[in-house]
Design a protein around this ligand. Structure first.
Ligand code: URA
Length: 434
């Protein structure tokens, strides 16, 4: 067996064995297979696809390429939640403490933002003092103590995915369903939870631009989960426009706090309740999503979920004063208005452009290793379906650099599409699978 044969088999549309896939992954992590051969393999996969068996084999080989967290010492069904990546997606900040407040242990490994989509770790780190990089021991201890820990990828979880993702990014092979599914599921399997709820984003700001593609991605991840005995449920949700109003790290934390205090934007609250209810069902805490939703609504209105979030912030070293009074979170120096130059209805609000505008302000990274500015970002004041007039406030740009702020204003104006009448509304949640 050699790498040349493996590439040729995939190039010609053949099926690889699990042994061949393991050989490739092991060899690449050990630095025995060069990037250019992996790049050729990935392009062959991009064009030819992978069978179900190959996708599972790739996922498992990547999951086993580093440490595998063992959460067995935490009693109960441990649940994880993951989003395929969106703009303004702060659901984890709300749903994780909400579900933990219902007594279900939430053990969540999160990522940082890259490109136009944000990452939970960057958001949490905008809280002064917050420690998002926990050791495996502290991670487990916190879940045991307060039913909740969220950590960045410390240690060596699925290092093969990290290496392969970098090659995909540089070879235009990111947008391949089996590669996305195996990338996400390898990390979820290595992170050790018993069940996972996947928020599969669909629309302009997502990897999957339309519903049929999102369904295939969802089903592929469900099949992987099933093959390893991990309960996997997918919620396909709309990402044509950003979720909620805030895009940017501290701004999103503020919006998450409002949502935990039951005063958040309707779309964010609705998605949080849908995801949270599914988490309670897979954990066996409730018998149906409707029952779960009722319980979660009560935990929001009684502020039990908010108290859990505060407890979680303190447990990971964050300053509780900054979440009690979000004015103490990092604030940008300048706030520039973005105003409409026409009358009509908002028929398009390109999430990808909003995400790019926020990233260019410094809320995200242009490349790995860039330092994010926690204070900057965008607050949307008008969203899809709104009736607007010339001069109406569409958004606010929060910036620490006036030149960058002006660039963001331009990008935001181009993100809004105005029509003479309202476009037919699309649902926020398309489907829950299985
Ligand atoms: N998120 C991941 O972790 N991997 C992908 O390939 C895409 C989104």
């Amino acid at each position: 067996m050699g790498m040349l044969d493996i590439i040729a088999t995939k190039r010609d549309g053949g099926e690889l064995t699990a042994t061949e896939i393991e050989f490739l992954i092991r060899g690449y992590v050990a630095n025995e297979i060069p990037d250019y051969q992996v790049a050729a393999f990935l392009m062959a996969v991009y064009i030819r696809g992978l069978s179900e068996a190959e996708t599972v084999a790739l996922t498992m080989a990547m999951a086993k390429s580093g440490d595998m967290l063992d959460l067995a010492e935490i009693p109960g069904v441990k649940v994880d939640k993951h989003s395929t990546g969106g703009v303004g997606d702060k659901t984890t900040l709300v749903v994780a403490p909400l579900v933990a407040a219902a007594g279900v242990p939430v053990a969540k490994i999160s990522g940082r933002g890259l490109g136009h989509s944000g990452g939970t770790v960057d958001k949490l780190e905008s809280i002064p003092g917050f420690q998002a990089e926990l050791s495996a021991t502290d991670f487990i201890a916190n879940v045991r103590k307060i039913d909740l820990a969220i950590s960045g990828q410390t240690g060596n979880l699925a290092p093969a995915d990290k290496l392969i993702y970098a090659v995909r990014d540089a070879t235009a092979t990111v947008a391949s369903i089996p590669l996305i599914a195996s990338s996400i599921m390898s990390k979820k399997i290595a992170a050790g939870a018993d069940a996972v709820i996947l928020d599969v984003k669909c629309g302009r700001g997502a990897f999957m631009p339309d519903l049929p593609a999102a369904r295939v991605l969802a089903q592929t991840m469900i099949n992987i989960g099933r093959s390893v005995g991990k309960k996997t449920v997918t919620v396909i949700s709309n990402m044509d426009q950003p979720l909620g109003a805030a895009v940017g790290n501290a701004l999103e934390v503020k919006e998450a706090i409002l949502t935990l205090q039951n005063q958040g934007p309707a779309d964010l609250s609705q998605l949080v309740l849908a995801l949270g209810a599914e988490m309670l069902v897979v954990a066996g805490r409730v018998d149906s999503a409707a029952e779960g939703r009722q319980l979660l609504e009560k935990l929001l209105t009684t502020r039990v979920a908010w108290a859990k979030f505060r407890e979680f912030v303190v447990a990971q070293g964050g300053d509780p004063a900054a979440v009690d009074n979000p004015k103490l979170l990092p604030q940008a120096q300048f706030v520039l208005p973005v105003r409409s130059c026409s009358d009509g209805f908002i028929v398009g609000l390109a999430a990808d452009k909003v995400g790019r505008a926020a990233a260019a302000l410094g809320a995200g990274r242009q490349k790995k290793g860039d330092i994010v500015d926690p204070a900057v970002g965008i607050v949307l004041k008008s969203k899809l379906g709104d009736k607007i007039q010339t001069g109406r406030l569409l958004a606010e740009v929060h910036a620490n650099d006036l030149l960058k702020a002006e660039g963001a204003v331009e990008e935001l104006i181009s993100a809004y599409e105005v029509g003479p009448g309202p476009a037919p509304p699309k649902p926020l949640i398309f489907q829950v699978l299985p």
